[in-house]
Design a binder for this molecule. Structure first.
Ligand code: ADP
Ligand code: MG
Length: 355
């Protein structure tokens, strides 16, 4: 077992104005061996600094990093069984693809035959088996990216660190590379720690995701947990579209929105009675029906046909605007601008967060 453990890590920088920036502010993480782990968060939240600290390009002010039971945060970068793929994948332009992949192995003075075998394996792995003799400029951007990946994997690191590695690629290529990266991670069984600010990328690729804000993880969980059970308002807001509606705790396990009670699945026993909270509701968890008694009531303000679904804005009686995403078959009786509707939400899909 050689998972990556980060224990109470801190890193402070001095900004150019002389102010202290807590880039890493008490981070503890347990990353399992062989998993695809994502560090997700807005720009400036400390993702790159954490990755550089794991690689040894940055030294922590406090805290420890372990690979299995080996402490690695005191080791020089080249002694860590870790490799990094940066966003700019800087291949040597005068070397062939095969020579680029071989470069690190030749530095280690590995036998020629072993190098050739590893290079071919790595190029096959990234589906560039026939491209070893080409120069980087004869490849597309996505192919160059895969060469960079093959080069990083050739030394068989225990952990591969990837910092926004796909963000330079256009949308379609990026989608393809996400699938490729996932496959390569599975086939090699190497632990990937992948940094992104793109929540869709994180949800689609991660085994576990740590959602960062201001130098610290707000929540660590599977994509389903992060999406369906956000731990707080920041996580709910950062991941996907969501509505926040004022609510009050009205009984144990119950909140009330505009006088309508909902029994929530979430444990809210530590909240005091009458606590003013927000109910976080995903747009696709709402349905609109003909008006009925004792339901949330609203008016359809706008309708947008998006192809696969319809997005509507609904104004509740108290003025709150809700984003609603309806899937076919549509109830055309209520789907027109100006319609008075009953807003139905499954209480199991409401999350109680701070207001
Ligand atoms: P992210 O990768 O999530 O965008 P970074 O780790 O690059 O975030 O940066 C985290 C914070 O630390 C930011 O406020 C950034 O300006 C600051 N920072 C990063 N590196 C340095 C540095 N070498 N000197 C001063 N401040 C830095
Ligand atoms: Mg960064």
């Amino acid at each position: 077992e050689s998972g990556l453990t980060i224990n109470r890590a801190f890193k402070v920088f001095q900004s150019s104005e002389g102010k202290e920036v807590k880039a890493i502010n008490d981070v503890s993480l347990a990353i399992r061996q062989g998993e695809f782990f994502i560090l997700l968060g807005p720009s400036g939240c400390g993702k790159t600094t954490l990755l550089r600290s794991i690689a040894g390009l940055e030294s922590l002010d406090a805290g420890e990093i372990y690979l299995g039971d080996q402490r690695i945060d005191q080791l020089p970068p080249y002694d860590r069984p870790v490799n990094t793929v940066f966003q700019s994948y800087a291949l040597f332009p005068h070397l062939t693809v095969a020579q680029n992949v071989a470069f690190g192995l030749e530095m280690e003075k590995k036998p020629k035959a072993e190098i050739a075998k590893t290079v071919q394996e790595m190029l096959d792995l990234v589906h560039l088996g026939e491209f070893g003799g080409r120069k980087p400029h004869q490849l597309s951007g996505g192919q160059q990216q895969r060469v960079a990946l093959a080069r990083s994997l050739a030394k068989r690191p225990k952990v591969l660190l990837l910092d926004e590695s796909l963000s330079a690629l256009d949308f379609k290529l990026r989608r393809q590379m996400q699938v490729e990266l996932k496959r390569i991670q599975r086939e090699t069984g190497i632990t990937f720690v992948f940094v992104t600010h793109d929540q869709e990328e994180a949800l689609s690729m991660g085994d576990h995701i740590a959602v960062f804000s201001k130098g610290r993880p707000e929540q660590v969980g599977t994509p389903e947990e992060i999406y369906n059970e956000p731990a707080n308002r920041f996580v709910a807001d950062f991941i996907g579209d969501i509505n926040f509606v004022d609510a009050v705790k009205s009984a144990d396990g119950e909140i009330t929105v505009e006088g309508v009670p909902f029994r929530v699945k979430q444990d809210i026993s530590d909240l005091p009675m009458d606590a003013e909270v927000s109910a976080a509701i995903r747009p696709e968890r709402i349905t609109l029906t003909a008006p009925r008694e004792s339901a949330l009531t609203g008016t359809v303000e706008t309708l947008m046909f998006m192809g696969a679904d319809v997005r509507c804005e609904v104004r509740l009686t108290d003025g709150t605007k809700l984003l609603v995403r309806l899937s076919p078959p549509y109830d055309t009786a209520v789907l027109h601008e100006g319609a008075t509707v009953s807003v139905e939400v499954e209480a199991a899909h409401m999350r109680v967060v701070e207001r």
